[in-house]
Design a protein around this ligand. Structure first.
Ligand SMILES: Nc1nc2c(c(=O)[nH]1)N[C@H]1C(S)=C(S)[C@@H](COP(=O)(O)O)O[C@H]1N2
Ligand SMILES: [Mo]
Length: 427
């Protein structure tokens, strides 16, 4: 056997098979370590219990990024990566171009793609608590396939002034893949909601960054009324494939229209609550905004913060790529997508003159509720020089995207500032 040198600083090296960090922690470490590393550990007897070998501590999921294409990694622990706008041009976002947002570490079951014995528990304010396998979900409820937008609540955070803490997402923490699963409302009907049921609380088995298995990474939820509208689904597949380790294998919930933090990956339990859920990242400043507009930089008391629900009207320019050269005086197509947390985009406009005049874009219908909608406009840049395309969607209430960041909030959520790209017209 040739013992290849392993560089523990490079998670992309062949340390990828060293996934059994948790298994290791459960053993005394002796002899098990050698077996896991596939080589002798000459000083193994010196390793104090509780010290996790570096080679086993690298599990941030970073090695899985090799199958992503063109994403910008914002951080690797936890792993967060967004996609440049021009890579979001497809109607259905492919796996390689879907952003990744981890609050903790990818769980072992997902890394191993092992769904054996996986169950989803539905309990709390229900008449008949359920424990369902993935096969139960597949066989006992109507299967549905839907294109649904997921957008991180913090998408656009980078544009707030003053800046707020958190991942500095620009425009690419959004995507619209096709999900297959069952309606969560159908499952809750079978469980029999009690009168007292008002909110869902979502749980999963991902691992806290501290490594403490007792600590919740994230546990958010949604009002029962929102879920019973029938749009939220329990999905086991994305774009016709089983969910991947980064996106929630083997099961996640998708709550379209809400910040994607409500769309729990690696879903193990839905606790039906008799009050607004108060799991990890439901309280304090997390995914909350002030109940009233505040001046930038204001410190808002916790009691005045409310849970972020419907995401605002938004759009993105996916073609051409920003900075592209086009011919002056010739018509060029610009296009992208528009979406809205309430599911009703009413109009789309573009400007080539820094917002002085606006031209209406053609807006295609959504393939289903809560899918994003394709828009297209033909523009002609009159003479050579620098231009910007500004894109502005309008929702069903007549509310349009603002040219500057919307009302500031302490954690920088729900920024739906107009997307702008640069175009250079040549003679
Ligand atoms: N279990 C679990 N679910 C989760 C998260 C997480 O860290 N753990 N992050 C949430 C957040 S904040 C977002 S934006 C989306 C990101 O989904 P994606 O990584 O599949 O794009 O997942 C949500 N569901
Ligand atoms: Mo998010």
């Amino acid at each position: 056997m040739t013992a290849e040198p392993r560089n523990p600083d490079q998670p992309n090296s062949d340390t990828t098979q060293l996934k059994s960090r948790r298994a290791f922690m459960k053993t005394t470490g002796l002899t098990a370590l050698g077996a896991m590393l596939g080589m002798a550990v000459p000083f193994e007897r010196n390793l104090l219990p509780g010290i996790i070998p570096v080679a086993l501590a690298q599990d941030t999921g970073m090695d899985l990024m090799a199958a992503k294409k063109g994403l910008v990694v914002l951080g690797d622990r936890p792993l967060n990566a967004e996609v440049p706008a021009h890579l979001l041009d497809a109607d259905i976002t492919p796996y390689e171009h879907l952003f990744v947002r981890m609050n903790g570490l990818v769980p072992q079951t997902a890394l191993d793609q092992n769904a054996e014995g996986w169950t989803l528990t539905i309990d709390g304010e229900v008449e008949n608590p359920l424990e369902l396998t993935i096969d139960d979900l597949k066989s006992r409820f109507e299967n549905v396939t839907r294109c649904l937008v997921i957008e991180c609540g913090g998408n656009g955070r980078a544009f707030f002034q003053p800046g707020t803490s958190g991942n500095q997402w620009t425009v690419g923490a959004v995507g619209c893949p096709e999900w297959t699963g069952v309606r969560l409302s159908d499952v809750l009907k079978e469980a029999g909601l009690k009168e007292t049921a008002v909110y869902t609380g979502h749980y999963s088995n991902d691992v806290h960054l501290s490594g403490d298995e007792e600590k919740e990474v994230i546990s958010r939820g949604a009002p029962i009324a929102k879920i019973m509208e029938g749009d939220a689904i329990l999905a086991w597949a994305m774009n016709g494939e089983p969910l991947s380790p980064l996106h929630g294998f083997p099961l996640r919930v998708i709550v379209p229209g809400y910040p994607a933090s409500a769309s729990q990956k690696y879903l193990t339990r839905i606790w039906i609550r008799d009050k607004e859920h108060d799991g990890a990242k439901m309280t304090g400043d997390s995914y909350r905004i002030p109940a009233y507009p505040v001046a930038p930089g204001t410190e808002v008391p916790e009691s005045d913060m409310v849970v972020l629900t419907d995401m605002p009207i938004k759009s993105i320019v996916t073609f051409p790529q920003t900075g592209a050269e086009v011919k002056a005086g010739e018509q060029v197509e610009v296009r992208g997508h528009a979406w809205c947390g309430k599911g009703d985009v009413s109009a789309m406009h573009v400007s080539i003159d820094f917002g002085q005049t606006w031209q209406e874009a053609a807006l295609e219908p959504a393939v289903n509720r809560f899918a994003w909608q394709r828009w297209r406009a033909n523009v002609t840049l009159p003479q050579q020089g620098y231009y910007e395309i500004w894109a502005r969607a309008t929702d069903g209430d007549g509310i349009s995207q603002p040219p500057l960041s919307p009302v500031w909030n302490p954690r920088g959520y729900a920024n739906n500032i107009q997307h702008r790209i640069a175009l250079v017209a040549t003679a």
